[in-house]
Design a protein around this ligand. Structure first.
Ligand code: RB5
Length: 165
């Protein structure tokens, strides 16, 4: 069963259980990595926790929530191998998986309501990475994660006449 790790700061805390219940209804296993109350805290703690859960393979995917989704996605993206997409509508959520192979979804509880958040989550979970022309960009991100400039430049310079977009 696909396992989704959840994280939020105190601002995202209230929306998180609604989204957790929804994701469970869709048939996924979940793990809530905090925050566990609305006591003031810091989003980097939970972005990092969810990022590490996904990068280590303890979870397949992650969903993170703060006020805007921005701070917690920035934190998650510090973890090598993480591609966290901060979105506020379903189209970008879907494309973030199809094109960017995002492995963490981020949104803001001060930006989207619970019904829009559910639509975003469903679009994201239902979409599949397409590979193909997108893979060289993921390879470039992976090379950058490893600070391997030589590999990064070799991918950039490699010819790919097959693809236009
Ligand atoms: C907390 O005040 C707020 O800054 C945080 O939830 C988030 O929106 C940051 O990106």
């Amino acid at each position: 069963m696909t396992k989704i790790a959840f994280g939020s700061d105190h601002v995202g805390f209230e929306l998180k259980p609604t989204i957790i219940d929804y994701v469970k209804e869709l048939g996924y296993e979940i793990e809530d990595l905090g925050a566990y109350s609305d006591k003031r805290t810091d989003y980097p703690i939970y972005g990092k926790k969810v990022g590490e859960a996904v990068s280590s393979g303890n979870a397949d995917l992650g969903i993170v929530i703060c006020g805007t989704g921005v701070g917690i996605s920035l934190a998650a993206n510090k973890v090598p191998g993480i591609r966290a997409a901060c979105v506020s509508e379903p189209y970008s959520a879907e494309l973030s998986r199809r094109h960017n192979n995002s492995n963490i979804l981020a949104f803001g509880s001060r930006v989207v309501g619970s019904e829009l958040a559910k639509m975003i989550v469903k679009s994201w979970l239902n979409a599949k990475y397409e590979g193909g022309r997108h893979q060289r960009r993921i390879d470039e991100l992976n090379a950058e994660d490893r600070k391997d400039s030589k590999l990064f430049n070799s991918i950039v310079e490699s010819d790919n006449p097959k693809y236009q977009d």
